[in-house]
Every structure is written in C-alpha cells, then in structure tokens.
Ligand binder design. Structure first.
Ligand code: CO
Length: 201
C-alpha cells in the first residue's frame, strides 16, 4: 500500500469518511471491501449470520445510527449471498439453540411464503429464493427503523438497497428494492408482504 500511496495511512488515521454502510453475512467468503473493491475508510461494515436486521439488535442499530448520523453515509446496503448456511438452516424447522433464535425471522419468511416455496422445482431453487427474500425483508427492516425514518423526515438523502452476491461468479446483483423515502419504503413493505415475494432474479 505504501508503495502505491506513501501517505495512505496518514490520511486514514485522521478520519474515516465512508459513503456506504454494508450490512452483510459473517460468511468468510463474503468480505465487504474485497467484493466492492473499496479501500479501508470507504465502507462501514456490519456483519452477522444471514445478514439479519432484528428491530431490537442494539449492535446493528448502533452501527446504523452511527453510520447515518455521525459518518453521514448516503447508502445503506443489505447484502445477502447465495449459498448462505444460515438461510439454508432456516429452510427447515429449527431446534432450540441460540442460532435458531437468531434465524427465527428468516424462518418466518419461509413460513409466510410456504406456497411459493412449495412450487419451486428443487431444494437449490428454494434455497436461492429464500436468500433473495431474506435480503428484501432485511432491507425493509432497515427502512422501517426510526433511524432511517428520522433521517428522511429531516430531508437527509439516504437510500436503502438490497443486493445479493453469487459465490459462483463473484457478481453482485441488485434485487431492485432501493428506497429513498418513507413513501417508497411503505410501498415496498406493502408489496412484499402482500405478494408473498414478487422479486425475481
Ligand atoms: Co451467509
């Protein structure tokens, strides 16, 4: 790094100034900076198993609040990935371990859309679909937080996006659920809960 840019670390210690917050999976194959090719200092990151946004998760909410209100990020991106082990576990009924508690919202998506899943031709198709629906659901959860709603009320320009990463080809796909204000967020919320998952690849 120093060979390319002798002052890189001097600048980095002074401040971080990211435009993006990445909310992604803890999976070791899905590292934020490498996937979007951004340098340290350019993207703020929160990761957990299956990129879940629980409305009572102080960790995730603190990251979100700090990113939006202090760092002034303009884009919050929920990034799921195909082949997610957490999502796969949520395709089945769970046990009583901590991870089952954590994955309850993902399992709930599958249960709510069971008719959609029953029509899919293979276990792989069901897995892929739940990975996608989980991204949409968590992007909606972000857009319904008081942090984001409050930012929009104060006329801050901030967009919430849902992307999915494919381990097979290294590509990010936009699931086309971007919202930039409360009205769009509510429309996405209503569409998603009403249609039982209208998003497709
Ligand atoms: Co994962």
């Amino acid at each position: 790094m120093l060979a390319r840019d002798p002052h890189f670390f001097e600048r980095l210690t002074e401040q971080q100034n990211p435009d993006y917050l990445w909310i992604g999976c803890s999976d070791s194959r899905v590292p934020a900076n490498e996937i979007v090719d951004l340098l340290p200092g350019e993207i703020f990151v929160h990761r957990n198993v299956a990129n879940v946004v629980h409305s009572s998760d102080m960790n995730c909410l603190s990251v979100l609040q700090y990113a939006v209100e202090v760092l002034g990020v303009r884009h919050v991106i929920v990034v799921g990935h195909y082949g997610c082990g957490g999502v796969k576990a949520a395709l089945e009924e769970g046990g009583l371990s901590v991870i089952d508690h954590w994955l309850a919202p993902v399992r709930s998506i599958r249960r709510r859309n069971q008719n959609v899943f029953d029509q899919l031709p293979s276990a792989k198709a069901r897995w892929d679909r739940l990975c996608e629906l989980n991204v949409v659901e968590q992007a909606i959860a972000v857009s319904q937080t008081t942090i984001i709603r409050g930012s929009w009320a104060q006329k801050r320009e901030i967009a919430v996006h849902g992307w999915i990463y494919d381990l097979h080809d290294g590509r990010l796909r936009d699931l086309d659920v971007t919202v930039t204000n409360a009205q769009e967020a509510d429309e996405l919320h209503d569409r998603s809960t009403g249609a039982g998952g209208s998003q497709s690849r």
